[in-house]
Design a protein around this ligand. Sequence first.
Ligand SMILES: O=C(O)CCC(=O)N[C@@H](CCC(=O)O)C(=O)O
Ligand SMILES: [Zn+2]
Length: 328
Amino acid sequence: MQAPALPEAVRALAEADFGGVAQRFIDAGFAVDLPARGILTVKSPQAAPRASVVLSVGVHGDETGPIEMVAWVLDVLSQAPQSLAVDLMVCVGNVDAIAAGKRFIDADLNRMFRPVRGDLAGMAEAARADAMTAATEAFFAGAGPVRWHLDLHTAIRPSVYPTFAIVPDLIADEGKAALVKWLGQAAIGAIIMNPSSAGTYSYYSAEHHGAAASTVELGRVGTLGQNDLSQFDDVKAALEGLLRGEAIGPAKQEPHVFKVAQQIIKLSDDFRMTFDRSTQNFTALGQGQVIATDGDTVYTVKHPEELVVFPNPDVRAGLRAGLMVVRV
Ligand SMILES: O=C(O)CCC(=O)N[C@@H](CCC(=O)O)C(=O)O
Ligand SMILES: [Zn+2]
């Protein structure tokens, strides 16, 4: 049976085609640029400083729900272009992986936003990370102090909290407070404060551009055009409010707050995790329980309770195979 045709706005964004949207902002007098494939910037011609917002989707090619959501948000916004109250950069991350319906082509793009890439350096995604980094740097150069980056993803596994955010812990207090408030307005179920980079895009924006940045997980991977976006109505509304310059509203629900207790790094191909593939994100483990073994290295739970997030033994050696978090 043939798959149903994708709505035009979704097809266009998934294929990094900004044609109609860009033209509507140009017609309304905005400064529009396409600094690299899949990247659109829309800035006000006025000199008065506005907030600068980066919205990224599809950094992993099979994480399609956020592509659909942002396609609709952009479509509606571009029909009333004057309602855009921020300078905006939209980035469709791994365009080739989206077309292939895969997480990545050669290697995980969301581990390449760091200067030392080791054996990831020669991969297809390294050039893409360079292009995204250059565009992000140019976008934030000369921007005012209010800087945001929301990198929208979906999780591989089911999760106790179907929506959750990973927030770099180095964000300055004011930006962090605004971001956490926005995550509450968006009804995000949990926030993980993360003190160290795994080479992710959001951590890069926080660390190098002072952005209030976060990876935001919205449900699970799915087929483009077949995601149930109604689960994320609050996120969509909060996103629209942010782009229209509205004050951040009250929390729809207060997110549970966690912090990273330990990163589980896969050291070699001998790495074995003690969970099966049905383990949900935020499953609790007790002190002393073995998380994983890797040759002579044994990862165990150090606190009375730690919860496992993103367990994935299939990553390349040298990369993060999971996070252990504790309640704050
Ligand atoms: O479900 C999974 O195992 C992965 C989902 C995902 O892509 N998560 C991001 C989180 C990035 C961060 O830590 O800020 C990733 O692993 O790249
Ligand atoms: Zn992802």
